[in-house]
Ligand binder design. Sequence first.
Ligand SMILES: *Cc1c(COP(=O)(O)O)cnc(C)c1O
Length: 334
Amino acid sequence: MAFIKINKENFYHNLNQIALKTGSKEKIAIVLKDNAYGHGLTFMAKLASEFGIKHAVVRKTDEAKQIESFFDTILVLGDSIIKHEKFSYTINTLEEMKQAQKGAKVELKVDTGMHRNGITMDDVDEALTQIKKHGLNLVGVMTHFRSSDVLSSELFWQQKNFEEVKEKVYRAVYKDIRIHSHNSAAILRSKHFSEDLVRVGIAAYGYDELDKTFDGVTLKPVLSLHAKKVSTRILNEGERIGYGGDFIASKKMTVSTYDLGYGDGWCRGDTQKPFLTAEKLPILGRVSMDFVAIASDKEEICVMNDAQNAAKQLGTISYEVMTALHKDIERILL
Ligand SMILES: *Cc1c(COP(=O)(O)O)cnc(C)c1O
């Protein structure tokens, strides 16, 4: 099977860059949802913890349980609300409080304009009342931005809305709670950070999708994807490769099969626009479930070491390329 190398030095470099923005690493909550963006949940949790990160964000309780020992707090973005010493739960709707376990730690998510999840701004007072009524322990208030990565004033009106929310919460005498709204793009472009926490995903893994105008922070890719040679053969001019025979050898050539396919989460792509590996070698013909063909006889090839570049070739974003990578692919530390 293909394998993934994790570059710890680059991961720590990225975390250091983010810490410069937040003022301290204690203010970073590392987002580890979706198998840590394909990097490996427990693997990255351990590295983050060794770096000094104290907080994590995941999607489900099951993920939180796997990394419990590494962090002081773990925010669960969407799951049934249970009482737990370290876990806190996002409140996305008024309804879900009814099923919540008494005494559970919750963080109120307010919809300030993304219109995906969260309580509407008009319902904030009602939500605070309900939290009390259901005996829940409010530990945070948060929002999520819809356009923090684009060059526009979009971010600012949402931030203004969130200021209003904060005031409401403070007025309701919740002083001892953490306030957070920034994802990667928002913290990378921010000049004055004054909240308690950032929820950082993609930037920690080495990418930003920000407009170049904002640059100033260099991030380094953490993950690279490699495949091992399965077999090699010599093809004569006119011979074809793989399903449908989409690739036709224009001359005598050496071709090897490598152990990566769409079954591993690698994108099938488009044979008319062959994917170029990190070493600029094209994938020849169609991607199979478990194999790709490449004009090389090297024992090992690096399929990609820059998910953003790979994403551009595949017509998607770095997030999708990385999270698609199968959990069972071995992750090794560089
Ligand atoms: C995924 C997610 C993040 C992290 O976003 P990045 O762009 O990867 O930094 C932050 N907050 C919430 C609520 C999320 O769902």
